[in-house]
Design a binder for this molecule. Structure first.
Ligand code: SF4
Length: 295
């Protein structure tokens, strides 16, 4: 495992907290070993060389503490937009764990994207943060079918285990749901898959499911995906090329039908699907005088 130094760790969200109410993004690790064939973090725009090798930002916690201290207004800090914060190295290094402790100490909220059950180790600190601040956990699930998941996400725990993780988080009172992204045309865009994910999310008491019903395919990330398709599903790449050409975002072919089905079923189970509704539901407003007393 390689270590690298960083000069900054938190970056202000360029989406003005429209994406899950996130105020700051942070990646304690660079690269991710989970091998998802569709991963958008492989895009050259993110400048991550040897993406499958995890690099540890060795001074991340010092910088994080300085940055948390210097902010005049607390907000929600996102872990894991470009790399899973619970990669196997985290078990020993505990960088994510220690960052959560700092976030708790300085009165910030947290948003975590993960496909790992290692998050369960940190339930205690997540509960502590949630007692006074905003916490949202997104468990990423693209297919209910464990066999397909083992092809699409070869080094990730099974989808069945991910639903169990979600249930344990919910049983502990932590706000959590499913990030059903991407939805892969010709592979996971079936009625059976979508309905099964909704059923299993409901069984796990998910607060939300968020999806865009499509996949983003850009530059070298697209090349990586197509190479994987050639290996795993020979001939499928040609279908993509025939239907989508050079499009950078590929909506599922039955977009309207699947969207209506998705919204109807989620609404029957009171599972939120709209970004604004999810933000309103989980994000706590910190009263101004309480904010001031933290600094
Ligand atoms: S877990 Fe997330 S960051 Fe890691 S390879 Fe999969 S999609 Fe990419």
């Amino acid at each position: 495992m390689r270590t690298i130094k960083t000069r900054t760790i938190m970056t202000k969200s360029d989406q003005g907290n429209r994406w899950f109410g996130i105020d700051y993004h942070m990646n304690l690790y660079k690269g991710c070993p989970f091998g998802c064939i569709y991963c958008t973090s492989r895009c050259e725009a993110y400048h991550i060389t040897n993406f499958d090798e995890v690099k540890v930002k060795e001074n991340a916690l010092e910088i994080l503490e300085e940055e948390l201290k210097s902010k005049t207004k607390p907000g929600v800090v996102s872990f894991g937009t470009l790399s899973d914060p619970y990669n196997p190295e985290e078990e020993e290094l505990r960088l994510t764990r220690r960052a959560l402790e700092l976030i708790n100490y300085y009165g910030f909220g947290v948003s975590i994207d993960t496909k790992s059950d290692l998050i369960l180790r940190d339930i205690d600190i997540l509960k502590e943060i949630a007692s006074s601040n905003s916490v949202i956990i997104k468990i990423s699930i693209t297919t209910f079918d464990d066999e397909m998941a083992s092809k699409l996400e070869p080094k990730v725990i099974s989808s069945t285990r991910r639903f169990e993780v979600l249930k344990i988080l919910r049983n502990n009172g932590i706000y959590a749901g499913v990030l059903m992204t991407p939805v892969l045309p010709f592979l996971t865009d079936t009625e059976e898959n979508i309905l099964n994910i909704i059923e299993k999310s409901h069984d796990a008491d998910a607060k939300f499911i968020y999806t865009k019903l499509g996949v983003s395919l850009k530059t070298n990330q697209k090349d990586y995906y197509f190479e994987a398709l050639d290996r795993l599903y020979p001939g499928l790449k040609d279908d993509y090329i025939a239907v989508y050409g050079s499009k950078q975002f590929c909506n599922t072919l039955q977009f309207r039908y699947l969207l209506e089905l998705f919204l109807k079923k989620c609404s029957e189970y009171n599972i939120l699907t709209d970004m604004n509704d999810i933000i309103k539901d989980y994000k706590k407003e910190i009263p101004q005088n309480e904010q001031m007393s933290l600094f």
